[in-house]
Ligand binder design. Structure first.
Ligand code: NAP
Length: 491
């Protein structure tokens, strides 16, 4: 049993993060002994360095995952389930260590990091439960000549690529279903936030995951290394979470080996507040949907459409809530909003706000970076944002709420759908019939009605249009890591 960690005194060294590549169950150096720096967004300081994988290391990881595959695929589902359950328990026990690490490398406020760890651990628990429920089917052919036996087999070696914004949850949302289905994996975390994945690999090893079943590559040569992995015919699956731009590129790469692809890509979520909404609930919902993770979530409310009758009241209340947020170093106990992940993110937010104001929008609070060695941007509300402003058409990915008035349901639905993205959407109304009708017509994979949060390991998470392909979480998330095998039997 791990002992509880002290919440206040741990430094990066005391967090005991492995720094090597994890290949074949061993921590190893990259073949050219290079390293990559990991920085603290709260003050810009160097936290530590991790191994920098080369393309040859990518090939080694594929070799290890491929060697481990037959035994893991043949391991009894109950055994796989129990190992995943131990991963859940150990991750929960080491929750404070992981939360602190996430805050240090990603910059999210510690209370957001704790929520992420709990959410991430749930994927292990959920897929421990699903591992023993990979059900096939049997039927008689319509001609009566034979039986149709259908079963689900593990798809094989999987390449898993994750973004920096949820370093723990995006890793476990892929690792847990892959392992539950009997697959082995090569995980490539974002270079900005590799440490959490390294600790997760350590936890999984402690929980009994055999050598080679999970391998982790950290690298500054992402394209080169992953090109080698994806071109290897032993790899059969790519599960990617990240930007739509990189997703498109990887789909082209995956075409060469005709890889099965699950793609969780960018979002541009509409958040629609009707005139009959409970405004307190809507403002609470907006604070969660906009500000969880400091706005750096693919599900973040990007365009807040508010009926003109309640627009001013909603804007005033949201402005008050945003101005009351305590901004500070991510690990400080009373911080509600930490920094953005890097300087480029701050510059992008500055550009988006400048663009909107240039087109006639009004800033009611915030509107500028905070002078600090860290990457801070003030909590910001912008109203009367015109539909051609860049913050309406692009992912904001920061603490900026953009409010746009509307007059009719049809206008709100058309505006919500006027994007190439279709990940999450939010609808607030006290009329459930209206809420469900609008939810049905919004082009997105997920709609929250009178809630600011959609994520749940037991629910199918994913997008339509250019927000992605496939689903993660729920039973569906495990099926993504299987192939359907049909056997025609004459008995
Ligand atoms: P990103 O730039 O697309 O990077 C995502 C991952 O892809 C990183 O690990 C990155 O590695 C890797 N990558 C970049 N170029 C690659 C290449 N040529 N070959 C192979 N891998 C490559 O996205 P991000 O900035 O980390 O994350 C933010 C984006 O993720 C947003 O668009 C957000 O909406 C999206 N997201 C979507 C979901 C969802 O479930 N739909 C969830 C979370 C985030 P490096 O770090 O080394 O560049």
């Amino acid at each position: 049993m791990e002992t509880a960690v002290d919440r206040t005194v741990l430094t990066i060294d005391e967090l005991a993060v492995p720094s090597g590549l994890f290949i074949g169950g061993r921590w190893v150096n990259g073949s050219d002994f290079g390293t990559v720096g990991v920085f603290n967004p709260s003050d810009g300081s160097l936290l530590t360095e991790v191994a920098d994988a080369t393309p040859a290391d990518g090939a080694r990881a594929v070799g290890a995952a491929s060697e481990a595959l037959p035994a893991w695929a043949a391991t009894a589902p109950r055994t796989r389930s129990e190992i995943l359950r131990r991963c859940f328990e150990l991750m929960t026990q080491r929750g404070e260590q992981l939360a602190r690490l996430i805050s240090l490398e990603n910059g999210k406020a510690i209370h957001d990091a704790r929520s992420e760890v709990a959410y991430a651990a749930e994927f292990f628990r959920w897929y421990a439960e699903e591992a023993v429920r990979l059900i096939g089917q049997i039927s008689t052919a319509p001609s009566g000549a034979n039986r149709i036996v259908v079963e689900r087999q593990p798809i094989g070696v999987c390449a898993l690529i994750t973004p920096w914004n949820f370093p723990a949850a995006m890793a476990t949302r892929k690792l847990a279903p892959a392992l539950a289905a009997g697959c082995t994996a090569i995980l490539k975390p974002a270079t900005l936030t590799p440490l959490t994945s390294l600790v997760i690999a350590d936890i999984m090893t402690q929980a009994g995951v055999p050598p080679g079943v999970v391998n982790v590559l950290t690298t500054s040569r992402t394209g080169e290394v992953m090109d080698v992995v994806l071109a290897d015919p032993r790899v059969r699956k790519l599960s990617f979470t990240g930007s739509t731009e990189v997703g498109r590129h990887l789909l082209r790469r995956a075409a060469d080996q005709v890889l099965s692809c699950s793609m969780e890509l960018g979002g541009n979520a509409p958040f629609v507040v009707f005139e009959d909404a409970d405004l307190d609930l809507a403002v609470d919902g907006a604070m969660v949907a906009k500000m969880r993770n400091g706005g750096q979530a693919c599900t973040a409310a990007n365009r807040i459409y508010v009926h003109r009758d309640v627009h001013d009241l909603f804007a005033e209340r949201l402005t008050r809530r945003m101005s009351a947020l305590r901004v500070g170093a991510a690990v400080d106990a009373d911080t509600q909003l930490g920094p953005l992940v890097d300087e480029a993110s701050v510059v992008k937010i500055e550009d988006l706000v400048r663009d909107a104001v240039g087109r006639g929008a009004t800033v009611t609070v915030g509107g500028s970076r905070i002078d600090s060695p860290g990457h801070f941007y003030a909590p910001t509300v912008v109203t009367e944002v015109p539909s051609d402003a860049r913050m309406v058409t692009e992912e904001i990915f920061g603490p900026v709420a953009s409010i746009i008035p509307f007059d009719t349901d049809e206008e709100a639905i058309a505006a919500a759908n006027s994007t190439e993205y279709g990940l999450a959407a939010y609808v607030f109304t006290e009329d459930l019939r209206r809420g469900l009708r609008v939810a049905g017509r919004i082009e997105s994979g997920m709609v929250a009605v009178n809630r600011g949060l959609v994520s749940d390991p037991a629910a199918p998470f994913g997008g339509v249009k250019q927000s992605g392909l496939g689903r993660e979480g729920a039973h569906e998330g495990m099926l993504e890591f299987t192939e359907t095998k049909y056997i025609a039997v004459d008995w």
